[in-house]
Structure formats: C-alpha cells, structure tokens
Design a protein around this ligand. Sequence first.
Ligand SMILES: Nc1ncnc2c1ncn2[C@@H]1O[C@H](COP(=O)(O)OP(=O)(O)OP(=O)(O)O)[C@@H](O)[C@H]1O
Ligand SMILES: [Mg+2]
Length: 319
Amino acid sequence: MSIATLAQPVSRSSPLPEPPPPIMTMRGVSKGFGQGITRTEVLSNINLKIRPGEFLAVVGFSGSGKTTFTNLLAGLEMPDEGEVLFEGQPITGPGPERGLVFQNYSLLPWLTVRGNIALSVNRVFSHWPSRKRRDHVEKFINMVGLKHAAHRRPHELSGGMRQRTSLARTLAMKPKVLLLDEPLSALDALTRSVLQDEILRIWREEQQTCLMITNDVDEAIIVADRIVALNPGPRASLGPMFSVELARPRNRTELNHDEYFKGLRNAVTNYLVAVRQKDRDDQAARASQPRFELPELEPIVPSKPSVSVFSRSVSNSGQ
Ligand SMILES: Nc1ncnc2c1ncn2[C@@H]1O[C@H](COP(=O)(O)OP(=O)(O)OP(=O)(O)O)[C@@H](O)[C@H]1O
Ligand SMILES: [Mg+2]
C-alpha cells in the first residue's frame, strides 16, 4: 500500500470496523456480605467490558473489594444485583476457561508443588497422553523457577514460592481468561519483574485475555493495555479508565525516563490519592453527624396522684 493511499482520509461512508464483542461483561453488579446490622455492601453498580485479548489492570487500596471483584468474574461469588457474562452468557460458577490465581495461594497442603500443578493439568487436559501432561507440568515448574522444590509440600515453601506454584498451576491450565489477584505481591522486586515478563510472554503467546489486580501503579503500567481504579469501599465503584499507549515490549529502565510513563503514573496515583482523601473526608463528615435522629418529644408532666389511687393503696396496705 502506498503512502498516498495511507494518507487518504477515511471516507465518511465507509463503515467503522465493529469492535469485537467483550469476552467478559459486568453489568450493574453489586455485592455485599452478611445480614442486618452486620451487612457490608462491598461493590456497587460495577459496569465493565473486558475486550478479548487485552491486558487489563485493576488498581485499588486494601479492603476496597478487589478480591470480591475477581471472585465474581471467576464465578466463586454470585452478584446480589446485576450480572456477569462470559462470551455473552451469564456465568453460573467457576469454569476452566477462567483461571484464577488466588491471593492466598489456595494450594492443597497434602500435595507437593508438582502434585498441585499436576492435579489441575490432569483435570483440564485429561484427553492428553500422560507423557504430554507430565512434560507440560515440568515446563511450568521450570518456568516459575521451582525445579529444586518440586517435591516439597506447601508448608515447606516460602510465601513467594507458594505464590509461584499458584501462578504456575493456573497458567498451566491455559485458560482463555487469566484472573490474577495480586499474584506477585509476596515476591522481591527482581523475581517480580521476571514473573511479570513471563506472564506477559504467556499472555501474548497463548493470546489470552488477562485481568490483573495490583496495588502497584508502576506494575500496572508495565503490563496493561488499560488500567481501571477501584474506588474505596464500602459500595466501591469503578473509577476512570486509563489507556496505556506504550509500545511493547516495555523496558523498565527506559520507562523510568519516559515522560509519558511519568505522566501516566502521576495521573493514576493522583486519582487514587484524591479519591481516598475524599473518602476520608466523607467518613469524617458522617462521624460528626448524630448517629440517631431523636424524635420531638413532649415532656410528660405528671399530674397530681388521684385521690382514689392514693386511698386504695392506703386501704390495701391496711389489709
Ligand atoms: N465472605 C465474606 N464475608 C463477609 N465479608 C467479606 C467476605 N469477603 C469479603 N468481605 C469483606 O468485603 C470487603 C472487601 O474485601 P476484599 O477481600 O474483596 O478486599 P480486597 O480489596 O481484596 O482487600 P486486600 O487488598 O486486603 O486483598 C472487606 O471489608 C471484607 O471484610
Ligand atoms: Mg484481596
């Protein structure tokens, strides 16, 4: 195609390409826990469309409802209001097409690293020959650097090693949608950046869709196509969507001097700081309000005791 052709404006009559339908949708989703006065409203009116093939990062403060949000997408929780769709169909529970890396690892304590990964691989790829399944398990053990610890059980692993096992277990299932709930939070900075690169490589090679929860704005910018903030709870809602217009692969050292990167990091951080400050101000205002509205009461002025009551009591006491 010549440059002249490229430079021609798009004719008004030519239809714009239809965007592909979202792979996952949250429509008017609200979720709370408990009953009566112990009830906590966690999420309120969440609307989100996750595009097929994108890498979406969700940033938010601790306790804002990020795990609840991920569990709803995984089908481990059901919304109180609204609906969660996968490829246009309401989800009714967990499924192998949506792989979740749990924040608390959730490994089976009686199985080794290899056993935990193999359990999922054998379930999802039961139609593969056993040799292929074994090689697949070993590939993911190596990928997360746990070859030397493959025979250990979870209680013999550090927090970071458990996190890597949990990550390998989910990645090995090759789900269409990867749901990562702070998957790298227990890792040192070096291991963290190595695994960020591995997640990005697998996401690209497998053409997956990925949603990663993180509380690290830099990490969100390094990995994501779009970043959305989860506002502080209770009744947390989604904040603005930030597009990450940075070419891939992204070089961390170069990005530290990149004006666009620094501007985006400031924009996301400033939004989070401002929304938390507003939340604190609102809480302080609520705390200074009286907790109960007292009704207007007319004082009851006791009238003189009636003679009959007085005389009866006197007469009773004399019996
Ligand atoms: N099963 C549950 N029953 C009752 N309350 C719950 C339940 N799950 C979560 N919550 C409450 O919902 C709120 C949000 O919890 P959630 O774990 O989703 O937050 P989070 O953003 O993931 O926190 P963190 O950053 O610490 O992981 C908290 O107040 C929590 O106590
Ligand atoms: Mg959480």
